[in-house]
Design a protein around this ligand. Structure first.
Ligand code: SF4
Length: 270
């Protein structure tokens, strides 16, 4: 007997995942498709608006899963501050929820296939995601990357969504964030990423700085999200020794640069 498939789009709030969501629904039908979103409760409200508007344009509801904790809750519970090298928030609030959902889909008699809005320029990420889902502590799950493997033309998802669908892109694109998850406060963010947060949303930078300082005091640990020369480098130090000393022009130039490694975060795709 042929296996029944559910086509599960990892719906992230980005333009590519919205584009792929429509592609999947058009190809496999509403009843066979799921837009799956794991909410960390830190997302920018305009990302949520964008996701809702795209889902409504496509004609499908978002399947949202919420752990109920924020990344900050996870750090304080674990007594471990997430950082560029290891972010348990992603494991707990995104990956674990995805794993549970995959099992639920299987329990309901379907085999899931996961779809990611990753373009040809991010092939390395597609490979690492495929490996990741092959080595889950459950049966391997098939991953598909239609923008790499199935769609031959060069897709300008942002232009299509704005011009053809008539939906305004999330404001974080305009504001120059290279990583639009968790309202620009991802613990994997680097020097330039956080400079952009300081420039565009200083109040969110302050919240993140306060969280980091609170963690350091409460657990009496010299830890930070970022490192410099192999040593802890806090957001407070980043602000006081660099960002506050720059002119507006210098800050804009610095903030718009990309951090070396980018942010190798599964959250961008889930
Ligand atoms: S985007 Fe960053 S802060 Fe948010 S859950 Fe993922 S790793 Fe954690």
């Amino acid at each position: 007997m042929e296996q029944k498939i559910k086509h599960v789009v990892l719906y992230s709030g980005g333009a590519s995942s919205a584009y792929i969501a429509k592609w999947v629904v058009d190809k496999y039908g509403l009843e066979n498709s799921i837009l799956f979103f794991t909410d960390t409760l830190w997302e920018d409200e305009d990302n949520l608006r964008f996701m809702e508007e795209c889902a409504s344009y496509i004609g499908i509801e978002i399947t949202k899963v919420v752990d109920g904790r924020t990344p900050e809750d996870v750090f304080f519970e674990d007594k471990y501050l997430g950082n560029a090298r290891f972010a348990r928030c992603s494991e707990e609030l995104k990956v674990r929820q995805t794993l549970i959902f995959i099992e639920e889909v299987r329990m309901s008699g379907f085999e899931p296939i996961l779809y990611f809005g990753i373009g040809p320029h991010e092939k390395h990420r597609a490979e690492s995601l495929t490996k990741h889902y092959e080595h889950f502590p459950i049966e391997p799950v098939k991953c598909e990357f239609p923008m790499i493997d199935s769609i031959s033309e060069d897709i300008k998802a942002k232009i299509i969504i704005e011009n053809e669908w008539g939906i305004k892109l999330p404001r974080m694109y305009e504001l120059g964030f290279h990583h639009a998850n968790c309202k620009g406060r991802c613990v994997r963010g680097g020097f330039h990423h956080y400079a952009n947060l300081y420039l565009e949303w200083p109040e969110v930078y302050e919240e993140q700085e306060t969280m980091e300082e609170k963690f350091r005091v409460q657990f009496k640990m010299d830890v930070s999200m970022m490192k410099k020369n192999g040593k802890p480098y806090t957001l407070k130090t980043h602000r006081e020794t660099l960002l506050e000393k720059m002119t507006k022009e210098e800050l804009i130039k610095y903030a718009k640069q990309k951090d070396d490694e980018g942010i190798p975060c599964f959250c961008s795709f889930s």
